[in-house]
Design a protein around this ligand. Sequence first.
Ligand code: ATP
Length: 293
Amino acid sequence: MTVLKARGLGRKYQRHWALTGCELDIPAGHVTGLVGPNGAGKSTLLRLAAGMLEPSSGTIEVCGGVPGSGPAQLAKVGFVAQNTPVYTNLTVAEHLRLGARLNPGWDDKLAHDRIARIGLDPGLAAGRLSGGQRAQLALTLGIAKRPELLLLDEPVASLDPLARREFLQDLMEAVAEHGVSVVMSSHLVADLERVCDHLVVLVDARVRVTGEVEELLATHRRLTGPRRDVDTLPADQRVVSARHTDRQSTVLVRTDGPILDPAWDVGEVDLEDLILAYMANPHVGRPSLGVVR
Ligand SMILES: Nc1ncnc2c1ncn2[C@@H]1O[C@H](COP(=O)(O)OP(=O)(O)OP(=O)(O)O)[C@@H](O)[C@H]1O
């Protein structure tokens, strides 16, 4: 089942396209990592999915409906925006009461347990919380809503390392126990490596690569060998990035078949290698032959 489907999806601000030609099928029951450079269009995609923005072109379907199209649709989707908005004059406890009132699937025990574990004072006004504590409150509201799809825009950016680890643990539990689907943007590749089994890389407003992490890792290889022109590689080895010194070439390729050329030393890639290769070289198939010293 697909939890987010985009077809020719685009969004422009004035005359600038923040997202364009976006084709996505994000499967249900997975944690999908959304990565890309600053300004790539990640928040724009998440806000389109949450129904906070209208597409300028194409279509987007979330949990089988049009984002933001009514109360039933809103109940299916949780969204924690990048600035983790909370009501500054309401206390932590009032936020939980509001959550319970507004959300049909609200898990009150989970919300209270989490707030207690984090150590947030229920009587404190949200405006007096630190940035990280505010993020924790917003994330608690998002998880306790028990949505079908949870959209998180850089959720852990302001959390300390321990809080980050615990939050990711909570997230994985929610996925395992309640089958919630998650799409989260992050610049922290190590975190994505821990929790994501699906990946979308956005660069320059376009989807550069998307797929199951396991499948992506299985089909990408790092080739190291005597310097050569990447145009001489077999057609089934799609060049993602290439670096050259005077004598040596290092090429990251996508291929389904084995690498038979004995001149290459063939290595596996990890998620960070893969993400950086796609982020560094947006012009797939047109790698630079510049010399790196
Ligand atoms: N409200 C807006 N008005 C005009 N331009 C905008 C607006 N919001 C975003 N943009 C532009 O759209 C592009 C994509 O922005 P977006 O916030 O989606 O990127 P992002 O990938 O989330 O970036 P970051 O990693 O820095 O959070 C950027 O060029 C940005 O300047």
